[in-house]
Design a protein around this ligand. Structure first.
Ligand SMILES: [Zn+2]
Length: 501
């Protein structure tokens, strides 16, 4: 064969291949680009949802009431859908078009979680198969031994609820587990209020001492102008409403009450549940087998879960805390997995035939889920270019109101006008006093003026964020001295007491 013929044959064979390859690689690149865009949009949408949740809960200071929780979670999910659909904005991917590819959304809270997933809606007469928010699940597990059969409900911190039969008697108790034999002091708390004067229509920022009582703040006004000479007032819509307080308690005793109640509760738990071990956990066989690796048992089976001698309740490595996180993880995993499998079986109802399954989450991601309030969104089988898009995003709510830990607290002193984290080297040890971080953020108050209702904004504490520990967050943490430790415990104790008043 002539060389020219070979060349022609070569060209006939190679050119189409290269053209196809070129097209294929081009599409691949487009697909990868599109996947990256989807990743970004997914993360942004979940962050938007968490922000919406923060805004909705901001003016709802100590909301552990399930009705408002449910409403706030529903609003956050709604925000996610809108943000994700808008973000993708491709080929008319409206909310109804993206929903079939979302097998589940998980929203964890202080003492349990919600799962939003497609399911038969029995509340609806048509029993439609659609995305609904399933009933709230608490982090509860059962323990059984001679004479004792109890349910223990866990939370993100050391607060537990115990119900059931203990040595033949029915009990129902809740409280914090603590180890330290410390004492806390009554304290003088202060904050600024935006006071509205209806006569002049003007406002002024005024500072008052307050005590927290019965779920609300009572402010002390030594220069009271009240006709009945009442010195305490409630703050409502920018106005001081003077009230009588029978026993004039001048200082806030929430921290003191917290420690007294926690000590008493811990002593009761020690006496009644001290001998309960990991082996006493009651779990269905199937669940037990599926989660063998995560049930902290085996040779540790005799470890005592609630004994205060054997457990440092503040330490993440204590039997109590490891076991608690296992219980949370098993509960979430089992329920998510069953919701997703159930959707797989009925996915044609929403027009897909994707095989949905719970992806394997990494240890760090489980930690994120079981140590925080967070939202996790799973997306599967969504068409992207020549492939399908599968991913998930987990975002923590770092500014929450319904749970308090060291991270959520900030501290001021008499030396500078900044607020700090407790372990910041720039926090001088001069009358350290702590508040929640959210107390340093802008507050809103609805005021009724001549022109109608108006939202006005003010700061309860006019301190500025410390550049090093609050803004930059990159600082050399100092060892907690006794004074710092005391301020931290005092604030944590007070704020925890307020959550469960
Ligand atoms: Zn600082």
């Amino acid at each position: 064969m002539k060389l020219q013929n070979l060349a022609i044959i070569f060209a006939i064979i190679v050119i189409p291949i290269s053209l196809v390859l070129q097209y294929y690689i081009g599409t691949q690149i487009d697909t990868i680009k599109l996947q990256t865009t989807y990743d970004e949009k997914l993360t942004t949408a979940v962050s938007d949802a968490i922000k919406a949740y923060q805004i909705n809960t901001a003016n709802n200071p100590y909301a552990l009431i399930s009705n408002s929780q449910k409403r706030d979670v529903e609003a956050a999910i709604e925000m996610f859908m809108t943000s994700f659909a808008t973000g993708l904005g491709v080929g008319g991917y409206g909310e109804t078009q993206i929903k079939p590819y979302i097998p589940a959304i998980l929203f964890t809270l202080y003492d349990g979680y919600y799962i939003y997933a497609p399911t038969f809606n029995y509340d609806d007469e048509s029993q439609k198969f659609e995305h609904i928010l399933k009933p709230y699940t608490t982090y509860t597990s059962r323990y059984k031994k001679a004479g004792t059969d109890i349910l223990v409900s866990y939370t993100l911190d050391n607060y537990i609820t115990v119900t059931g039969i203990i040595s033949g008697t029915y009990e129902n108790r809740s409280g914090y587990l603590i180890n330290q034999n410390i004492s806390l002091e009554p304290e003088t708390l202060r904050e600024k209020l935006l006071i509205y004067n209806p006569l002049t229509g003007s406002t002024s920022l005024e500072e008052y001492e307050y005590i927290y009582q019965g779920g609300e703040k009572r402010y002390y006004d030594p220069l009271s102008t009240d006709s009945s000479n009442r010195k305490w007032f409630l703050y409502r819509n920018g106005i001081k409403n003077y009230v009588f307080i029978t026993e004039e308690q001048q200082e806030d005793i929430n921290a003191v009450t917290y420690i007294e109640e926690a000590k008493e509760f811990t002593a009761w738990v020690d006496a009644n549940l001290g001998d309960i071990t990991l082996n006493d956990l009651v779990l269905e066989d199937g669940i037990k087998q599926r989660n063998e690796n995560h049930i902290y048992m085996g040779e540790n089976g005799n470890n005592k879960i609630f004994d205060s001698q054997e457990n440092n309740f503040e330490s993440e490595d204590s039997t109590f805390n490891i076991h608690k996180r296992d219980i949370m993880r098993i509960s979430i995993k089992e329920n998510l997995s069953s919701a997703i499998t159930n959707y797989s079986e009925h996915s044609e109802a929403l027009g897909t035939n994707v095989e949905f399954r719970l992806p394997t989450l990494e240890e760090a991601e489980w930690d994120q889920i079981t140590k925080n309030i967070c939202m996790a969104v799973f997306v599967q089988g969504m068409p992207v270019g020549i492939k399908t898009y599968n991913n998930y995003a987990i975002i923590n709510n770092t500014r929450n109101k319904n749970y308090v830990d060291q991270e959520g607290l900030c501290f001021i002193n008499s030396s500078d006008g900044n607020y700090h984290r407790i372990d910041c080297p720039y926090l001088e040890e001069n009358n350290i006093q702590g508040y929640r971080q959210t107390d340093f953020e802008r507050s809103a108050v609805e005021i009724t003026t001549d022109e109608g209702r108006e939202n006005m904004y003010y700061y309860k504490h006019t301190n500025l964020p410390c550049y090093y520990c609050i803004v930059d967050r990159n600082y050399d943490r100092v060892e907690l001295t006794l004074e710092r430790l005391q301020a931290l415990r005092q604030t944590l104790g007070r704020e925890r007491q307020l959550l469960h008043y």
